[in-house]
Design a protein around this ligand. Structure first.
Ligand code: AHM
Ligand code: MG
Length: 320
């Protein structure tokens, strides 16, 4: 009867977060309202993606929807979007205590061929919502209150952490609600998959090259890892979270900071990985300890199963 009970539980994401936040009665309502506006944006984008709209339209459309939903929640004061060069400061009458950093439609170069794409977001609480400054979002990732992503794939999946583990929800189109389907996600301690754009190999640094070589020709007699690379971060990270292994977008000679953006790609995914029992490393330090100087700054990133990332750390440590 357990399966039947789960089927009738209907643990929606809103109910789940309300339960989780009951420890913080003072912020419970505000956070739930903020999150339900993010969820609304994701439902809209999910429908638009399924209708097969063109990439250019979808990028702009998704950004507009999230910016408007976040402002009208009345709970935000600063928004940083991958699509906007400048941060948005919400007008005083609509301000709240949260700053939201997001990539409204990541992996959008994949849209036209139907590959999974997604929205990534992170949430900070600001000290001063009366006179907020950019410093409120130029904070290390470990200061985030919550982070997550929504993947627009064969189904629409929302993965969230509010700092107490990671949970996954699947959109039930007939209900129009995200229902808890992946409670308390834990990443395997070690995985059998590596995920990287190997076309950049000629420009990699020593430790990255050595690590990938070891994935293919293990020294300890274990089997080689499989390679899986979609080129859409949400999909590659989602697989890594569920199956284990490692995802890397390292530095190379042409892009010394890699490609991915610290605030709304590297931080939220690193936050989720740590919350699921994995690790995230930049090649120099724990990713969540980085302090960004610019809202669109980039960083190399290695994230995934604890032991796989540990191996990368050892190779970088051996270098200096
Ligand atoms: P985008 O923000 O322009 O879509 O770029 C980010 C994407 C990520 O989703 C993905 O991990 C990466 O770019 C893939 O880059 P590459 O094509 O260089 O392998
Ligand atoms: Mg992006």
């Amino acid at each position: 009867h357990a399966a039947e009970a789960n089927r009738t539980d209907l643990m929606t994401i809103t109910r789940f977060v309300l339960n989780e936040q009951s420890k913080y009665p003072e912020s419970r309502g505000d956070f739930t309202i903020l999150l339900s506006n993010i969820v609304l944006g994701c439902k809209f984008v999910c429908t638009a993606v399924n209708k097969g709209e063109e990439q250019k339209k979808l990028d702009v459309l998704s950004n507009d929807v999230f910016v408007k939903a976040l402002i009208s929640s009345g709970r935000t004061c600063i928004l940083v979007s991958e699509e906007d060069e400048q941060a948005t400061f919400v007008e005083p009458s609509k301000r709240g205590r949260y700053a939201v950093v997001f990539d409204p439609l990541d992996g959008s170069s994949n849209i036209d061929c139907g590959v999974s794409i997604g929205t990534i977001f992170g949430i900070y609480m600001v000290k001063d919502s009366i006179e907020p400054t950019l410093d409120e979002v130029l904070q290390p990732g470990k200061n985030m209150l919550a982070a997550g992503y929504c993947m627009y794939g064969s189904s629409c999946t929302f993965v969230l952490s509010t700092g107490a583990g990671v949970n996954g929800f699947t959109l039930d189109p007939s209900l129009g609600e995200f229902i808890l389907t992946h409670p308390d996600i834990k990443i395997p301690k070690k995985g059998k998959i590596y995920s990287v754009n190997e076309g950049n190999a000629k420009n990699w640094d020593g430790p990255t090259a050595k690590y990938v070589e070891r994935c293919k020709f293990p020294k300890d007699g274990s089997s080689p890892k499989s390679l899986r690379y979609i080129g859409s971060m949400v999909a590659d990270v989602h697989r890594t979270l569920l199956y284990g292994g490692i995802f890397l977008y390292p530095a190379d000679k042409k892009s010394p900071n890699g490609k991915l953006r610290v605030l709304y790609e590297v931080f939220p995914m690193s936050f989720l990985m740590e919350q699921a029992g994995g690790q995230a490393f930049t090649g120099k330090q724990r990713a969540l300890d980085l302090v960004p100087n610019d809202i669109h700054e980039r960083s190399p990133i290695f994230l995934g199963s604890y032991e796989d990332v540990e191996e990368v750390k050892a190779l970088y440590a051996a270098e200096d």
